[in-house]
Design a protein around this ligand. Sequence first.
Ligand code: FAD
Length: 461
Amino acid sequence: MCSNIGHHGRTDKTLMTSATENLRRDFGGDIIEPGSADYESASGAMLVPGSPAYVLRPGNVKDVRAAIAFAAESSLPLSVRGGGHSFAGFGTNNSGVVIDLGRLSGVDIIDADRHIVRIGGGATWGAVADALQPHGLAISSGDTRSVGVGGLTLSGGIGWKAREHGLALDALVAAEVVTAAGHVLRASTDENPDLFWALRGGGGNFGIVTAFEFAAHPSTDVHFGRITFPAAELSTVLRGWADYLRTAPEELTSIINFANPFFGGPDAPVEVLVTYDGDDPESAAAALDPIRKLGTVTSDDVTLKPYAEILVEGIAPPPGIRFASRAAFVGTESVGDVLDILTEVGSAAGSPSISVRTVGAAVSRVPDDATAYAHRQAELMFVTATAGPAPALEASRPAQDTIWERLTPHTTGAYANFLATATDLDVAAVYPPETRKRLASIKHQFDPTNLFTQNHNITPE
Ligand SMILES: Cc1cc2nc3c(=O)[nH]c(=O)nc-3n(C[C@H](O)[C@H](O)[C@H](O)COP(=O)(O)OP(=O)(O)OC[C@H]3O[C@@H](n4cnc5c(N)ncnc54)[C@H](O)[C@@H]3O)c2cc1C
């Protein structure tokens, strides 16, 4: 039958047998298949279940090359898993190959004077923070320990020190990449600069990053905590928070959460999470007091903590529960309109959980075209999220669509890392036309057959 004939006239079965033989010969890592002891824990990603035919856990770069060769030869769908936290479920699939980088998790300071840290492509940010803490160093990453260095960095990385130190990808100085063709390349401003540009925002499109090199920054303990206000004060607190953060000291980075259905939906307290990156109590108080004056403070647990301790552990949802998240950026001119809509939505029954983050400051000082993360001028990034069994999420979709139809005219593109979908519209929102065009040409150079598709995918051109 025609459908069974692969290229060169060989049957798919023959190709598969030869691919599997090559894998067993060349790959020294773990091969986890249905029936293997580890299969149940290895098959799914954090937020999305899966039933891949193979989970391959490489132990070194040679194994990564063999695993990529197997995926290419077998023609099975390929997912690459760093920390496995993608909302869209990129870290797993059904019946395909998952290359799980979890064993490539080293964190080594390779240049103590310049604070250069080499980190394995499958490490998590909690492990990085723990390893750097004793050296008085940190890298601004995200808010969660179990999130992967890989996925977060390759699409941005909006963390607790973003206003002061920029995105996680802004601290990247080099990467070691295995391409679809199995070449091991170094990317930096001096070597393969186009690839380096694309890796900083272009997601997992260009190959498997086996090691990241970051410039860490000296870090003291930080002031961190949660200041809450009554739901009835949402409008003034939200507006006042955004106004203040526009010019607040850059040591201050903040997230405001409201309408969380698990804490009362429209009656849930408005919580302002703050990090003041410094250990001086007076400077911290001076930066935080304007927030405390935004309304009636109902709780305030801001304390001095090591940076590694402010990152929380990601909690896997109970079986059957799925997340639907959408995210967008907001430019200064639209902040008022977007906050008005979010206030109205968040005050009504059936609202998604809403979270707004400050970006701007150091993130905005990098030119838009310096990296493939292009939404540098955005002042805010916000996320709406619903959770529940798949049928309930499906049923709530029209209401969420209506909310987003109101929001979209005021937004300026999407943040890939908080999108639970990867439609063409999503990809267009993540990458403005010029960025996408340049990425497509770099994709053509490094992944012409589009082997790496489980991402906000760039078609090679
Ligand atoms: C609980 C939670 C908290 C979060 N908090 C934040 C936050 O504070 N700030 C923020 O910016 N984002 C945050 N995120 C979003 C997070 O950045 C994304 O989910 C990100 O994709 C996770 O990366 P990962 O490596 O864990 O995921 P994965 O699902 O393993 O990978 C995501 C994508 O990256 C690719 N990839 C991963 N590693 C590599 C690699 N080494 N080489 C090549 N491709 C690779 C994968 O193929 C996939 O396309 C959070 C997510 C969750 C679930």
